[in-house]
Design a protein around this ligand. Structure first.
Ligand code: 5GP
Length: 164
């Protein structure tokens, strides 16, 4: 069987710190960090502390609808960031992985009309990604186990409806 890429909590600490260092070394000073829920929340938190950025925003993009159907394209779910908050800002988008890159493509396009600049930071990027991120901790073509999703939920909740 093909081996998996395993990110431990400990390694995640190193990865988020390294990513932040790469952003700083590059001279990019984001006004705000836009995290893609849910995986990107962890990355955004780490980057926020390491880059001393307190402005954290959340956007939710999924390939699945509330009724558990896979779509051809990712969709934006609430919370949708307020465009006013993004206007003319230097935005650092934070996510766990760029796989097909469709998620980050959607986010980039959403931001593009409003922001001064948008750059992406991810822990992993896969070779097929249609978005090439400015900051990548590691390139891989394997399936990744993340520490926050490797275990089954302690309770299963079906048919959830997201807040509008
Ligand atoms: P995309 O294909 O849009 O770049 O990735 C969409 C989402 O699929 C990612 O944010 C992530 O939640 C999930 N995903 C993609 N590849 C992997 C993977 O290798 N491991 C895990 N655990 N999730 C993944």
């Amino acid at each position: 069987a093909e081996e998996r890429e395993e990110l431990t909590w400990e390694l995640f600490g190193t990865a988020s710190r390294d990513l932040a260092q790469a952003v700083a070394d590059d001279g990019f000073e984001p006004d705000l960090i836009l995290s893609i829920a849910r995986g990107g929340l962890f990355v955004a938190g780490g980057l926020g502390y390491a880059l001393d950025v307190k402005n954290l925003h959340v956007m939710n993009v999924e390939f699945y609808t509330g009724v558990d159907q896979r779509l051809d394209l990712p969709v934006m779910l609430p919370p949708v960031p307020n465009v006013v908050d993004l206007t003319k800002k230097k935005v650092l988008v934070a996510d766990d992985v760029a796989d097909t890159g469709a998620t980050l493509k959607l986010v980039r396009d959403f931001c593009a009309d409003h922001v001064a600049e948008v750059r992406c930071a991810v822990v992993y990027e896969k070779p097929r990604s249609e978005v090439k991120c400015e900051y990548v901790w590691k390139h891989t073509d394997r399936w990744i186990n993340f520490p926050w999703s490797v275990q089954a939920p302690v309770v299963r909740r079906e048919g959830q409806v997201l807040d509008a």
